[in-house]
Design a protein around this ligand. Structure first.
Ligand SMILES: [Mg+2]
Length: 399
């Protein structure tokens, strides 16, 4: 597939009006901020145990707040775990003035404009992740203008989405704590539990899965996530060893860019294969679908450049007939998963809650799509307090 090329070369024929004239509204202000959310305890997945990364202690956020002539506003964000946040912020604030005077409803055109502004540093990775903050803000704004939650603006297939918990199953916790967290999550009404695996000690991985499976019972939905730490041989061996546990999926068994290896595993195992969270463009995800590498596609809207490219992926994934389990960012993905016709799971993380004034509701193992317009989020005073730098282009008409 050559989607990447076909979606970003703009056809400017017919663009006679000055930007914004058609709808009578214009972007008048763009505030871009860099904030760091501290985590209570350092978090480790398999990449720490194999020495590739340090424990995660904070998450960097690039917030975008966009206001218009008619007094509407939108809030969007991108994020980085470990390095990259300040670079993303630097790129975002450099391209932000390109939005001034534009019609905020023409989101796809504005996405393309911002990509071309920074095309010299690429159409994936940090450059497009920086743009995601603006794209999400524009979708939020469009939902607020329509008086509809983002999910309804797109059109839903369900009002609630099956939700699983990840934050209780990290490798930085001893097995007893993981079992206790799983039991607490089940009691609190979560729909599934994901455990981290991928340690150099394969037997320790299997022991954790066995202990949690015994604690939650055979029928409860369990997934595992190896965070790319197996090679193809280990992936097959571990995949076979995990088959008796009846897992919903095995996530990132192999390197994120080994689409062919994932395809071989998906063909060899009964347990579904999930991957995609590390990919940062539609084209990379399209390759997973083309090679039949996944049973569950795991795109991350802020990582692929925002909601605009994510919607392109939803169409491709639907056509390929795969299930959907977006990575992280439940505040955005609950809306996008509700709009997906096939099976969809959303990942429940409590980590980001201090950033918002609102809370997402869990009911009967599922996350309820918020009824508030747009994303249904506003930044908390705490998020403002964690903000270390802000740049404003134009004039921001509201706070
Ligand atoms: Mg993962």
């Amino acid at each position: 597939m050559t989607l990447e090329t076909s979606t970003v070369v703009p056809d400017l024929s017919g663009l006679h009006l000055g930007a914004g004239e058609a709808a009578g509204d214009r972007i008048t202000g763009v505030r871009t901020s860099l904030a760091f959310l501290p985590l209570g305890n350092p978090i480790s997945d398999a990449k720490v145990f194999t020495g590739r990364q340090k424990p995660l202690t904070e998450i960097a956020f690039v917030f975008a707040e966009i206001t218009t002539e008619s007094g509407l506003s939108g809030l969007g964000w991108a994020y980085s775990k470990r390095a990259g946040g300040p670079g993303m912020y630097a790129h975002a604030r450099e391209v932000a003035p390109g939005l001034l005077g534009e019609d905020p409803s023409d989101i796809s055109r504005l996405w393309t404009k911002l990509v071309w502004a920074g095309a010299s540093v690429g159409r994936s990775g940090l450059a497009t992740q920086a743009i995601a903050a603006f794209d999400v803000a524009l979708w939020d704004l469009k939902g607020r203008r329509a008086g509809l939650p983002l999910a309804k603006l797109i059109g839903v297939h369900r009002d609630t989405v099956a939700a699983y918990n990840t934050s209780g199953g990290f490798l930085s916790m001893p097995i007893e704590a993981v079992v206790e967290n799983a039991q607490r999550s089940v009691a609190n009404g979560i729909g599934g539990i994901k455990l981290k695996v991928g340690q150099p000690d394969r037997k320790a991985d299997l022991a954790r899965v066995a202990a949690v499976r015994e604690a939650v019972g055979d029928e409860f939905t369990l997934m595992v996530d190896a965070n790319q730490q197996w090679n193809r041989q280990d992936g097959l061996r571990m995949g076979r060893a995990l088959e008796p546990f009846g897992l919903e999926w095995i996530e990132e068994p192999l390197d994120a860019y080994d689409a062919q290896g994932h395809a071989q595993l998906a063909a060899a195992l009964d347990t579904p294969i999930a991957t995609g969270e590390m990919l940062t463009s539609v084209a990379e995800h399209a390759e997973l679908l083309r090679l039949r590498s996944v049973d569950y596609l795991q795109p991350d809207a802020p990582r692929v450049g925002g909601i605009t490219p994510f919607l392109k992926l939803l169409a491709l994934a639907e056509h390929a007939g795969v299930s959907l389990a977006p990575h992280f960012a439940m505040e955005i993905h609950v809306h996008l998963s509700a709009a997906y016709p096939h099976t969809a799971w959303v990942e429940h993380f409590e980590w980001l809650e201090p950033l918002w004034n609102e809370r997402l509701e869990l009911r009967d193992g599922r996350m309820v799509v918020p009824a508030r317009p747009g994303l249904g989020l506003s930044l908390s005073d705490q998020a403002r307090a964690w903000t270390v730098e802000t740049t404003t282009a134009g004039t921001l008409s509201v706070n």
